[in-house]
Design a protein around this ligand. Structure first.
Ligand code: NDP
Length: 490
């Protein structure tokens, strides 16, 4: 039988220093290699990469299974968009990204393997379950894997207002992520639409950056549960909450948002509010379209589960926001994840499910080329003058799309070894480098020729992956031919 091997996440560096008390002084790293084989039946596949998914992974890995975690489009889940989490037990205050990174590291250490792909179909009608995956950056690249059991942790997606101006100004004044885009509104005026916890979190964040922040709430009160955060918000001089108000239009000058049209839903009064930016925080809906007519959903599309988190299909569990119209907390998703993992173990006992087999890298794998993380300005100067074309990936720790492209870049660094160097620069640490190249959004790559001259810039995961995919096609050419090709893309 033709054996297809999906090459992926081949290297996972596991640092013991931050998580193991017994090994706290041990700086040694361990590298784990994984190959995903299409013919193999995976005991448990976890769909989603948020805190619930990672918790399930940790429990299942510790029980001796090797969970495959399919991370999807936003590795780490929605909490990575939260700049400050203050209700996670044991952490007085931590960013969503840092919290997820800690839990992910723990999952890797316990033996979970990660795959950065998108689930596009799932067939529960027979056993094993067949999951169809699409490459995040190559829609034509579709693969199927088999799973004895699954944990669905695919969360929710943000709602939209569907009003005039919303689509037109998306990315030019309209956003649903303050942590991603807030810095573009420094000392400006913004409006946040919504009265839930997300609106409060966004308002707190933006009030530290912006001149004025309006919160536009359609009812006469806010629905947010975190009353402490509401109190903190009310103390801020530059925050005003406007109740009983609907936004009916987002207006601009064709380039940028300039105002919103408001209607008071008590007296129908219309008014204009001048703003530079609009942030939507109007809730979300479950990402369950794939499961329609396959497992039981409620009328709002949330997956129905039993107490042990099993869905209407045997051996298929669901957890977190996709089953939860009410709480939607990271901690409740983690609790769900633990319950589903314990129930899945019980289910898997009925099968000859393979227990964990961890393969360790051989020396060649350990030494294989990787994306080079820049740690100093001097190192950066040296790397860009190394005589081969250089691609610099600018990223930030809170940037979800940057995390999405990271495994692809690692893969390409190996493929293009010796021909093109790939560097990564954290914009939070090296503002001087990012301002030199006028970086305004993430992820962005800058391409530099073999003589260290700036060639061009590309923004966004899709256009970045297009560049790398085209380079892969000419990987066997000489460095100077590759250099010539890059110049032609200028
Ligand atoms: P919610 O569903 O809780 O709130 C959505 C808000 O948007 C409500 O105020 C709702 O108004 C308003 N809204 C919805 N549609 C419209 C519309 N078309 N026009 C105007 N306003 C609209 O969503 P969140 O994303 O805020 O929170 C989701 C869950 O995640 C909650 O359980 C929340 O507790 C949790 N969460 C917790 C955080 C934390 O720090 N603990 C942070 C963020 C979220 P109305 O009230 O009138 O329906």
């Amino acid at each position: 039988m033709k054996k297809l091997i999906i090459k992926l996440i081949s290297l996972m560096v596991i640092s013991f220093s931050s998580f193991s008390c017994t090994a706290s002084n041990d700086t040694k790293s361990e590298i784990q290699v994984s190959e995903i084989e299409v013919d193999k039946e995976y005991s448990v596949v976890i769909l989603g990469g948020g805190i619930g998914a990672l918790t399930s992974g940790i429990y299942l890995a510790r029980a001796g299974y090797q969970p495959l975690i399919i991370e999807g489009d936003l590795p780490g889940g929605l909490i990575t968009q939260s700049h400050s989490v203050e209700n996670w037990p044991g952490e007085t205050q931590i960013s969503g990204t840092d919290l997820v990174d800690k839990i992910k590291e723990q999952a890797k250490k316990n033996g979970c393997i990660f795959l950065s792909k998108k689930v596009v179909d799932i067939d529960f009608s027979k056993k094993p379950t067949i999951i169809t995956l699409e490459d995040s950056f190559r829609k034509d690249k579709v693969e199927k894997i088999k799973a004895t059991s699954c944990v669905i942790a695919m969360g929710t997606s943000s709602n939209y207002l569907n009003i005039p101006g919303e689509k037109l100004y998306w990315g030019n004044g309209v956003s649903n992520c303050a942590i991603c885009d807030g810095s573009f509104y420094k000392d400006k005026t913004v409006a946040i639409i919504g009265g839930g916890d997300a609106a409060v979190v966004e308002a707190n964040y933006l009030s530290k950056l912006c001149r004025e922040v309006y919160i536009l709430v359609r009812k006469d009160q806010m629905r947010a549960k975190d009353k402490e955060k509401i109190k903190a918000l009310e103390k801020r001089q530059n925050v005003e909450v406007i109740y009983n108000t609907n936004v009916t239009e987002i207006n601009g000058d064709n380039n940028q948002v300039r105002s919103v049209t408001l209607v008071n839903n008590k007296n129908n009064d219309r008014s204009q509010l001048d703003v530079d930016g609009v942030f939507l925080a109007i809730g979300s809906k479950p990402n369950s379209t794939l499961f329609k007519n396959k497992i039981k959903l409620d009328t709002a599309g949330y997956i129905k589960v039993a107490d042990d988190k099993q869905t209407s299909a045997k051996g298929i569990f669901a957890i977190g926001d996709i089953i939860d119209p009410i709480y939607k907390q990271a901690i409740t998703a983690a609790g769900d994840g633990a319950k589903a993992a314990i129930a899945a173990q019980k289910y898997l006992e009925n099968f000859d499910a393979p227990k964990q087999v961890i393969k360790f890298a051989n020396a060649a794998d350990i030494e294989s080329p990787r994306v080079i993380e820049i740690n100093s300005y001097e190192q950066f100067e040296k790397e860009i003058k190394s005589g081969v074309p250089v691609i610099i990936d600018f990223y930030a720790s809170w940037c979800g799309p940057c995390k999405r492209i990271a495994p692809m870049l690692e893969d390409k660094a190996k493929i293009l070894s010796g021909k093109v160097k790939i560097l990564k620069v954290n914009v939070e640490k090296f503002r001087n480098i990012s301002s030199k190249y006028q970086i305004t959004a993430m992820p962005t790559i800058i391409v530099i020729d073999q003589n260290s001259n700036y060639l061009f810039k590309r923004m966004g995961p899709e256009s970045i992956s297009d560049i790398f995919n085209s380079l892969e096609k000419i990987k066997d050419k000489s460095p100077s031919e590759i250099d010539k090709y890059l110049k032609s893309l200028k």
